[in-house]
Ligand binder design. Structure first.
Ligand code: AGP
Length: 612
């Protein structure tokens, strides 16, 4: 949450900062602001609302400096307003700070600073940071930049919580300072210029070489150099990582919205996820894992832990792991897992899924699993992201940058990768079955089958029009189809603001059926041959009560009683969500468009949830 950018180089910083903020807006869009180092010192412009609002401020054109910092905010402490926007300055207006994260002990720190004569203008937690830096910097000889870094270190040592911080100070016209803990930040290396960003896509058009900062590492950036220091302020060396993402992958490429583009990218992203990981007739190769039969036989249970859509992806894998590998598998929400004292032993295998790799709850759950001695696997889409640096093993989905807040291609790539991991486990365990080989074949055929769905979207668009003014929509399914109901319902509520619920179809008559009345929409998903007749009966029960029904299926069922049926290609029920979700993604998308909403940046949400 919150996006931060920084630039130091030979060009005017303002347009680069604004450009970076526009690309980072999916991280938060309550307010935005920039500080630029001018000859006369720091100049700050900030505003409530979207980044483009900054361009309407007359003074923005006066900013000529070649070094600056910027921020787009997802409000935590203090309502969205100009005064609560970043950058924040100290009382003497010498130091400007942008911050992503949460300072948990800010009240205590405000009291400490107030006692020392400082005053606060905003309601934010962040405003303590420039003042703390000022407090400690005043105690140094102010001889050189290391005095400032020392003050920065003393300030951050006082902070509890998470932070990625960029700092400008009037004494340093050519250097800016950064430090992070538990909040994402990358440093982009250019030629005679260097960049900072919360994530890679925002600055991908400027550079593909990135430095990654670990917790409590400091960096001093100037036009020609980036210096790194550890927590004891010893200088450390870092090598940049080259990121192979293509620049156009972070652009809309002619699509109206990133979400639509990402839905249509799924055949390609899945091909990338599969890569050389499976070949028919040959044991699956996962270079990232080195598990033995003995190890997998000793595993007492598998936990799959994630948030939101990533958790929904995890849900789909329980059946494969249990049925093919006989591994007892539990899937959990990271924010629950981390506090429920789960049974974790050194024989437990924990898989954490996160598109961004920066989700605070997922990282905390991963750290907990490690503390208890479990083996940990991270599945992420972002090279070098925090969960991949924490876990024992990391596997990337290679889906390319996902920009829309509503996750689509990451979900289908995660399911594919999880299925491949399950197949790998089964092969290591010596399970050799026709079904396993058949599953591999099915995975290889997925991209083509998605293309078929994407080539035929008229019925979905039409149904979206028909229900775009609804207040409530129910999604039902059984078995693996229930997990897709969860994802379909999440997608719809996220971007259309229609109240949506998902239920295991068999649960309807245990309560929710009381809500079914004339005209209400119920969406049923049926891809499991054994369970489809049962879901048909449940749908019959809602039709009887006047519900409008849409069915997504590849089963041979009597379709006459439903208002609309979207047929999808046949596929093994172990991985059917990869196909059955696509019409639901499109449905949510077209409903959101019908309602005239901002599909890519739904209200109150942010792409990467880096706070608890
Ligand atoms: C998905 O549409 C959501 N925006 C959200 O649920 C997301 O999947 C969740 O916050 C987890 O994000 P991550 O995969 O980056 O950890």
């Amino acid at each position: 949450m919150c996006g931060i950018v920084g630039y130091v180089g030979k060009r005017k910083a303002q347009p680069i900062l604004i450009n970076g903020l526009l690309r980072l807006e999916y991280r938060g869009y309550d307010s935005a602001g920039i500080s630029v180092m001018e000859e006369t010192g720091i100049k700050t412009i900030k505003n409530q609302g979207r980044v483009k609002g900054l361009l309407e401020v007359k003074e923005i054109e006066d900013l000529k400096g070649t070094m600056g910092i910027g921020h787009t905010r997802w409000a935590t402490h203090g309502k969205p307003s100009a005064i609560n926007s970043h950058p924040h300055m100290d009382n003497e207006k010498t130091t400007s700070v942008v911050h992503n994260g949460i300072i948990e002990n800010y009240i205590e720190l405000r009291e400490f600073l107030t006692k020392n004569g400082y005053k606060f203008l905003s309601q934010t937690d962040t405003e303590v940071i420039p003042n703390l830096i000022h407090f400690y910097y005043e105690k140094t000889n102010k001889k050189d930049k290391m005095d400032f870094v020392k003050a920065l270190k003393q300030a951050v040592e006082m902070l509890k919580g998470s932070f990625a911080i960029e700092v400008l100070n009037n004494d340093f016209k050519e250097e800016m300072f950064v430090v992070r803990k538990d909040s994402p930040m990358v440093i982009g290396k250019g030629v005679e210029e260097n960049y900072i960003s919360s994530d890679i896509p925002a600055i991908l058009s400027f550079t593909k070489d990135f430095y990654l900062l670990n917790d409590y590492e400091f960096a001093v950036l100037s036009k020609d150099d980036v210096e790194f220091y550890d927590i004891n302020l010893n200088k450390i060396e870092k090598q940049p990582k080259n990121i192979a993402w293509d620049v156009s992958s972070a652009e809309k490429d002619g699509y109206e919205d990133f979400m639509l583009k990402e839905i249509y990218e799924q055949p390609k992203s899945i091909r990338e996820t599969i890569g050389a990981r499976i070949t028919l007739g040959v044991k699956s190769t996962l270079d990232e894992l080195d598990f033995t039969k003995e190890y997998l036989e000793s595993v007492d249970r598998v936990y799959i832990v994630a948030c939101g859509t990533a958790m929904n992806a995890g849900m789909t894998t329980k059946k494969i792991l249990e049925q093919f590998c006989h591994l007892q598998t539990e899937v959990d929400i990271a924010s629950e897992f981390r506090y429920r004292k789960p049974l974790i032993t050194p024989k437990t295998l924990c898989i954490f899924i996160s598109q961004s790799g920066e989700t605070a709850d997922t990282i905390a759950a991963l750290k907990l699993a490690k503390e208890h001695g479990a083996k940990t696997i991270a599945i992420s889409n972002v090279i070098g992201s925090s969960i991949t640096r924490e876990a024992d093993y990391s596997l990337y989905t290679h889906a390319g940058p996902e920009i829309a807040v509503a996750s689509t291609k990451a979900y289908t790539s995660q399911i594919v990768l999880l299925a491949i991991i399950a197949i790998y486990f089964a092969e290591v365990l010596g399970v050799s079955s026709r079904e396993l080989e058949e599953l591999k074949k099915e995975i290889l055929e997925v991209p083509k089958k998605i293309e078929e769905i994407l080539d035929n979207t008229e019925k979905i668009k039409d149904f979206a029009k028909r229900i775009s003014n609804e207040k409530d929509v129910f999604f039902i399914g059984r078995g693996i189809d229930y997990t897709v109901a969860m994802e379909g319902s999440l997608k719809l509520k996220e971007i259309s603001y229609i109240h949506a619920e998902s239920y295991a179809a068999g649960e309807l008559k245990h309560g929710p059926i009381a809500l079914i009345e004339n005209g209400i929409t119920v969406i049923g998903i049926m891809t499991d041959a054994e369970l489809a007749p049962k879901t048909v009966s449940n749908l019959q029960e809602v039709v009887t009560r006047g519900a409008k029904t849409l069915v997504v299926t590849n089963q041979d069922i009597d379709k006459s009683m439903f208002d609309e049926v979207i047929e999808i290609p046949e596929i093994s029920e172990y991985i059917s969500p990869i196909l059955s979700v696509v019409p639901l993604q499109l449905l949510a998308y077209y409903i959101s468009k019908e309602r005239g909403l901002d599909v890519d940046k739904p209200r109150n949400l942010a792409k990467s949830v880096t706070v608890e």
